[in-house]
Ligand binder design. Structure first.
Ligand code: 5GP
Length: 237
C-alpha cells in the first residue's frame, strides 16, 4: 500500500505520506526512537504500534471533549489517517512539575510542583537544538499571529486540564508534554501526536518514569512502560 504513496516527510519517529485525498495524509509510526537531537538512536520493537494506538486514544478523547484535532482514524496497527495541516514551526510545552530542560536551563530544583502550569514556546529547529522563544519572536518572524498564540495557549492549557484529570484517575501524573499546531482552512487545530515519546508520565505512587525518559536515561523497559501506561488508561493494544 505504502509503496505507491509519495513520502512527504520523515521525522525521527514518524513518516507522512500523501493519500488519494489531497486534504488527508497517512501518518506511519515507526519503531525508531531518538533523543538528544538525534544523537542517541534505537529501534524499539513494537513502539510504533503502541504509539499509534496511544495517540488515537488521546486524540479521540480530546476531540470528544471539545479539542479540534487533525486525527481522522486509525487504519492499521501503526498507521493513522490525519487531516493535512500547515504546521506552525513551534512547539508548545506545558509543565506541571519542574524537570528536564527547565531545570538545566534555570538551575532550579527538580520536582517543584507548579500551582499554575507553566507554558513555554520552543522553535522547531533541530540544528539549533529547538531553542526557547517567546511570543514576540513568533510574531516578529511571522511564525504565527497574536490570535494564533492566544489560541495555542488556550488549547494547550485545556489539554492539560483534561489529561491531568484522565491520568490522575488511573494513578498517573502528567508531568509535562509537548504539542504542535497547524492551520486547516484558516483555523488552528492540534496536529502531530500525543504519545509517551513527547510527554513525561510518572507513576503517582512510586514516582517511576513511564515515558521516553526511560530511553533518555537508560532506565530499561521502554516499550513495556508505554504498555503499562496504555493498560492503565484502558487502551487495547
Ligand atoms: P524538555 O524541554 O524538558 O526536554 O521537554 C519537555 C516536554 O516536552 C517533555 O515531555 C518532552 O518529552 C517534550 N518534548 C520537548 N521537545 C520535544 C521534541 O522535540 N520531541 C518530542 N517528542 N518531545 C519533546
Amino acid at each position: 500500500m505504502i509503496e505507491n504513496l509519495n513520502l512527504i516527510s520523515e521525522g525521527k519517529a514518524k513518516s507522512l505520506y500523501e493519500t488519494s485525498e489531497t486534504s488527508e495524509l497517512l501518518m506511519v509510526y515507526r519503531d525508531d526512537t531518538s533523543a538528544f537531537d538525534g544523537k542517541k538512536k534505537e529501534a524499539l520493537k513494537g513502539k510504533g504500534e503502541i504509539n499509534n494506538k496511544f495517540n488515537a486514544f488521546i486524540m479521540e478523547y480530546l476531540a470528544n471533549n471539545g479539542v479540534e484535532t487533525h486525527f481522522l482514524k486509525l487504519i492499521q496497527e501503526n498507521k493513522s489517517l490525519v487531516r493535512k495541516l500547515d504546521m506552525l514551526p513551534v512547539e508548545c510545552v506545558v509543565r506541571n512539575i519542574a524537570t528536564g530542560s527547565l531545570c538545566r536551563r534555570l538551575g532550579v530544583e527538580e520536582g517543584i510542583k507548579f500551582e499554575d502550569p507553566l507554558f513555554e514556546f520552543f522553535l522547531k529547529d533541530d540544528d539549533l537544538g529547538d531553542p526557547l522563544i517567546n511570543d514576540n519572536h513568533i510574531t516578529a518572524f511571522g511564525w504565527g499571529t497574536e490570535q494564533e498564540i492566544s489560541k495555542m495557549k488556550e488549547i494547550t492549557f485545556k489539554i492539560n486540564h483534561l489529561l491531568c484529570e484522565l491520568f490522575k484517575k488511573v494513578g498517573l501524573i502528567l508531568v509535562d508534554y509537548k504539542v504542535e499546531y497547524g492551520r486547516s482552512n484558516g483555523s488552528l487545530m492540534l496536529g502531530d501526536e500525543f504519545t509517551p515519546d513527547g510527554c513525561r508520565i510518572w507513576d503517582a505512587e512510586t514516582g517511576e518514569s513511564l515515558d521516553k525518559d526511560r530511553f533518555r536515561k537508560d532506565l530499561g523497559d521502554v516499550v513495556e512502560s508505554y504498555q503499562i501506561v496504555a493498560h492503565k488508561l484502558g487502551i487495547s493494544l
